[in-house]
Design a protein. Sequence first.
Length: 258
Amino acid sequence: MKGNIYTMELQTEITRKEINFINDIDLRTILRNRLKELDKIFLVNANYSTIFLAISTIEGIFQHIANIFKTDIQSSKKYPKYSKGKTKKFSKLLINELYILLKEKGLLPDIENFEHVYDLFRNYRNFIHPQAQTKKAWSTDLGHAQMAIGLLNATISYLDGYIFIDKEIFIKIAGNPDYDSSKTLHLYKHNTPLHSFLVWDKPVSNALFLIFIWSFQKIQFSILFLILKMMGVSRCFALIIEKGIKIVFCTAHRNISG
């Protein structure tokens, strides 16, 4: 008599996956795939692979956010220069330099000398080249892999508190907001029964207004936006609050009366 064979699959997540602050959907998909792979390789003690993948993922996140605020970052007094005084190319910024510049923008925690932690793991990430490791003669073990995962999770955890819409910064208070490639901000509920709630990290002026549109009204957004532009509106974002309701969130470059 043949016995029954039962199989059980354990779902163990090592990395955080809350990366809705990445508003490039293609990049978000790539990063999530990397995070899923990190879950697997960490559990089989692939220490080198864990470090390489974790730190390069942080670099990808930093570079994406830095690109959003590229103009501001390049004008920063802390923007790095080469030894001869020539300004460093934006694409050549290192992970520790990006940390300093994003920290100045208030997007990363201001912890004294924390950039050295990122710099340390940048060196470990470079061990993907064997010759680089021979020059350092540093060991690499489970502890270093755990630290790399911890640094990645801490970075994601902090940035998960934001949503970036163009150069505007919104602070997430509750829920699970998501700004997608269609330039629509979805205010989804969280796992707990909380609606999404965001705070605009910027003083509100009289050049800010909201327009509520019920979905059953036959109004084309493209036409509406054209009219608003003629009125002096500089930008608009469509928000889906609940099924059947849309909000157009706008800012103006001049006062709008009436």
